[in-house]
Design a protein around this ligand. Structure first.
Ligand SMILES: [Zn+2]
Length: 508
């Protein structure tokens, strides 16, 4: 049995101003994957904790041939250009036709991709793949928990399988589940009954951690229905709040052996229980940047740093990485033991010109747009220069392994803070980012991590306290900061009076 896999993996922040072009896909970035084809794709990911690694494991265990075609992934950022989408999809479909026929297809998607022509890019890709392979070849799609799941994605595939954890640490078992479903459908020729239910609500970004209530209850409900007879698979999509698309909302998806009615009833049961939590699932949490620094400084001494999560500058959700609201306060208060990154290629380059050990005076950060604060003046010593590449084979959010911050310079400022100037929008998902420069975040009093959940696997184990900071920026936790035009209305919390009526059974 031969099963193909391909993917165009992107989380698109439609409020971010930077377009995601073909060139952006081709160069290495936060995830340093670029565009991989054939066996190169396997080499890159065999030992990672990614969906592809799960497909490979499934191929070994379930004894089928996995044929990797193409995988394109790049950092979360603005809308994908039509050229990038058409070029990558065109190549994928050509490979599918030329290297086929296949007994099944595994689509390796993030699920919140938006292109200039297709707000539901993942659904459009699935539609074209279905058109290419015909109705009889089973197609499954694996998805990140932040997917915005559309009816088209459900209609054009035979199975959707979504991560169940955030931080995402279960890409491998979910990929194995998807592969198992495709193999079984290919073997028997049978299809499962599917249902997608979408209560009109989004989940506030501060409530996305699946280990904490009330999100934990939704996942517990999901896991409980898997015990019911006939439920073959079930998934929840949390949604990705910064995509202005029709299908941006909570999604519940169920596959049932016996009937659509039972798939629907199961999905509606989860959806109705989630709907009751809508208020607790939309609480903007956390202190302002100024209050957060105050709280961090007032935290009793102990092992490890206080970690400030810079929510408004969530690089992993498409933000610029150069927000200065926290740094400005640290500089104003001359905080002595403080470690953070700021994306500023210009300032990093000035440090390279000056050389290690040189004195510098720089304006850093706050340069990409008007959302992320003003540049901050720093004076200090260039303590370390590096190419910004580092690798982490441990448990990292979504299994990413290779990172590339571009030319990187650590500046130890006279005021106190240590500022690591990076050149790309590399996230703060791995402590190796600092170890590779000779710094141990464990030994600092305060460390800033830009993000909400993705830094947690790296920083929770060493932090004496984590503080989610309600900072401004392109990924602010407050949806009312943004102007939505395409999202289906009414929707909670933008429309507080929104009501939920389960979708009627098909054929009614
Ligand atoms: Zn995610």
């Amino acid at each position: 049995m031969r099963i193909a896999t391909l993917g165009i993996h992107h989380e698109t922040n439609t409020f971010a101003s930077n377009l995601t072009t073909l060139e952006v896909f081709q160069r290495s970035g936060l995830q340093t994957y670029g565009v991989q084809r054939g066996s190169e794709y396997i080499e890159m990911q065999r030992n990672a904790q990614t969906s592809l690694a799960g497909f490979l494991q499934a191929a070994d265990e379930l004894d089928f041939e996995l044929v990797p075609l193409i995988f394109a992934a790049t950092d979360p950022a603005g809308t994908i250009t039509s050229e990038a989408f058409e070029s990558l999809t065109g190549e994928a479909l050509e490979m599918l036709r030329e290297q086929g026929p296949f007994d099944g297809v595994l689509l390796n998607q993030m699920g919140a991709a938006v292109s200039e022509d297709f707000p539901d890019m993942d659904g459009e890709l699935a539609r074209r793949v279905r058109e290419a392979v015909g109705p009889d070849v089973p197609v499954a799609m694996t998805l990140d928990l932040h997917a915005n799941i559309s009816q088209q994605m459900a209609d054009q595939t035979d199975a959707l399988v979504v991560y169940r954890t955030n931080p995402h640490v279960d890409a491998v078992p979910r990929a194995i589940e998807a592969a198992r479903l495709v193999q079984e459908m290919a073997r028997t020729g049978k299809r499962l009954h599917k249902w997608l239910e979408q209560p009109p609500m989004v989940i506030g970004i501060f409530q996305h951690d699946t280990r904490e209530e009330p999100m934990k209850s939704i996942i517990d409900d999901l896991e409980s229905v898997l015990e019911r007879p006939g439920v073959a698979s079930a998934s929840v999509g949390q949604g990705y709040p910064w995509a202005d698309v029709d299908e941006n909302r909570l999604a519940i998806y169920v596959l049932h052996d016996d009937s659509e009615t039972e798939a629907r009833e199961t999905a509606v049961w989860i959806a109705e229980r989630a709907w009751r939590h809508r208020h607790e699932l939309n609480v903007p949490l956390g202190p302002s940047p100024i209050e957060a620094v105050e709280q961090a400084l007032a935290t009793p001494e102990g092992d490890g740093p206080v970690v400030l999560l810079d929510v408004g500058d969530n690089i992993g959700a498409g933000s610029s990485g150069d927000s200065t609201f926290l740094l400005a306060e640290a500089m104003r208060r001359s905080v002595g033991s403080w470690l953070q990154t700021i994306r500023d290629p210009e300032a990093a380059s000035a440090c390279f010109d000056a050389g290690e050990g040189a004195r510098v005076e720089l304006e850093v950060g706050g340069k990409s747009d008007s959302l992320h604060g003003k540049p901050v003046r720093i004076t200090g010593t260039v303590a370390k220069l590096s190419d910004g590449r580092f690798e982490d084979s441990g448990t990292v959010h979504a299994g990413w392994r290779y990172f590339d911050g571009g030319p990187t310079a650590a500046v130890e400022t006279d005021a106190g803070p240590t500022v690591v100037l990076v050149s790309t929008r590399v996230g703060n998902m791995s402590r190796e980012q600092f170890y590779s420069l000779g710094y141990r975040p464990e030994e600092f009093n305060i460390v800033v991590a830009k993000g909400v959940v993705s830094p947690r696997p790296a920083y929770q184990p060493i932090a004496r306290r984590m503080i989610s900071v309600n900072s401004p920026g392109a990924t602010s936790g407050d949806m009312s900061h943004f102007e939505y035009k395409r999202i289906r209305r009414p929707i909670f919390p933008l429309d507080p009076a929104a009501r939920y009526e389960p979708k009627p059974p098909s054929g009614t």
